[in-house]
Design a protein around this ligand. Structure first.
Ligand SMILES: Cc1ncc(COP(=O)(O)O)c(C=O)c1O
Length: 411
């Protein structure tokens, strides 16, 4: 007779009493970070039907022609795995794009890796190049992903402060940050959350230190085309001596308003690309095949598309800046990307998290607490970040709600 489940003796659990599933099975490498504050704010905004100026994704339509290209690609049976580092025609299109915009020549066969957004591009690059105990320099405030990215690699972050109002860094502090353990510096340019656009002079200082200390630069250039007031984007890879020690990370997400498509790429010299490609292959295999085909079309859009993009965001930036000022915030004027960092001291507030809750409940507007961009929460306690990649009417609704709400008196 074969025993049925009910005739078998109950299995003894080997887990000590009192040890929860979470504590038994959660890896040490995930213990140090929590849910993304930004994505959490989006959830809360949905719960209370707030105007969401927290997470940086557009609420307007993506360009019609690239949506059609994606649908067409599905009909044309681009539905299977692609070559892991990207469809050949997309890699060729990317090489053409960098030549067109920056005169940067890249070998599509050996230097371009298409991945699932720049999110994957960044973590794959860090996993491929850093070892536990090595240091990665990060300008602070910083885009929150770099925290978990470096933790998951076991690398240590060495922070260099950007100072308002223009978010400049102290060259001596940057120099002091480089040392024997430095493996790389992350340069987000244009910068989220501050809207800083690094000048050529600043990039030259970074380049000189990378060369002096034999370090890599990993550049996150996802906002490269969202620039204001005559600011120019200069890829660090185009500076003398940086071509082979820069890992350039970018994606379709922001330029083409398709954050959900997950098409990004990494451009790096062949010796670096080889290990990045290995990590990418085993993390995700490939970015969605039909979206890669639509990306080829996106990258061929004419200059007029980019000019319209800049103007589209400039108008929204100016609108949000004046709405925030009128409501009593002290906003810092961004030169790039689509976020505004705003001071809240005028409300007598010095706790950004409590103020964000006040903003949600009294005005029905979601922003991101400034502390989520700083290692020491106290350093961002008087700041809130708002994004303006939204329909005009969304920004108008936010402005209207902010104007009517009493944000001054604490609960
Ligand atoms: C600086 C920066 N890098 C990367 C990302 C994520 O980009 P992707 O959608 O390409 O993964 C964002 C999104 O907000 C960002 O602000």
């Amino acid at each position: 007779m074969t025993p049925t489940e009910s005739t078998l003796p109950a299995r003894q659990s080997v887990r000590p009493a009192g040890l929860s599933i979470r504590d038994r099975f959660r890896s040490r490498r995930t213990a140090n970070f929590t849910e993304s504050v930004i994505r959490e704010m989006t959830r809360l905004a949905l719960e209370v039907d707030a105007v969401n100026l927290a997470q940086g994704f557009p609420d307007f339509a993506a360009p019609a022609e690239i949506k059609e290209a994606a649908c067409q690609a599905i009909s044309d049976e681009h539905n299977q795995y692609t070559i892991t580092w990207g469809s050949p025609n997309l890699r060729r299109a990317l090489a053409g794009y960098y030549l067109r915009w920056y005169g940067l020549s890249l070998d599509p066969e050996r230097e371009i890796t298409v991945c699932c957004g720049s999110t994957e591009g960044m973590i794959a690059s860090l996993l491929a190049t850093t070892n536990p105990g090595e240091e990665v320099i990060v300008f602070e405030p910083y885009y929150e992903n770099y925290g978990p990215d470096t933790w998951l690699c076991g690398a240590e972050r060495r922070l260099v402060r950007l100072h308002p109002p223009h978010w400049t860094f102290d060259p001596d502090e940057l120099r002091r940050a480089f040392n024997r353990r430095t493996k790389a510096i992350i340069v987000t340019n244009p910068h989220n959350p501050t809207g800083k656009v690094f000048t050529r002079g600043e990039l030259e200082q970074i380049a000189a230190l990378c060369q002096e200390h034999d370090a890599l630069a990993i550049t996150d250039e996802i906002y490269e085309h969202i620039l204001y007031d005559g600011a120019r984007h200069i890829p660090l890879a185009t500076l003398p001596g940086m071509r082979d020690r820069t890992i350039l990370v970018n994606s379709l997400s922001k330029t083409f308003s398709v954050t959900g498509w997950r098409v990004g790429w990494v451009a790096a010299a062949p010796d670096l690309a080889e290990s990045i490609r290995k990590v990418h292959d085993f993390l995700t295999v490939n970015s969605p095949a039909p979206m890669q085909q639509a990306a080829v079309l996106a990258l061929s859009l004419p200059d007029a598309f980019y000019a319209a993009l800049g103007e589209h965001y400039r108008r929204r930036r100016d609108y949000l800046l004046s709405a925030l000022e009128r409501a009593g915030f002290e906003p810092f004027r961004p030169l790039g990307a689509y976020y505004v960092m705003a001071g809240i001291s005028g409300f007598g507030a010095d706790d950004d998290v409590a103020f964000t809750r006040r903003l949600l409940s009294r005005a029905g507007v979601a922003g991101v607490p400034g502390s989520s961009f700083f290692e020491n929460p106290a350093d961002g306690a008087n700041l809130i970040r708002f994004c303006f990649c939204k329909k005009y009417e969304t920004l108008e609704a936010a402005a209207d709600r902010l104007a009517r709400a009493d944000l001054r008196t604490p609960a």
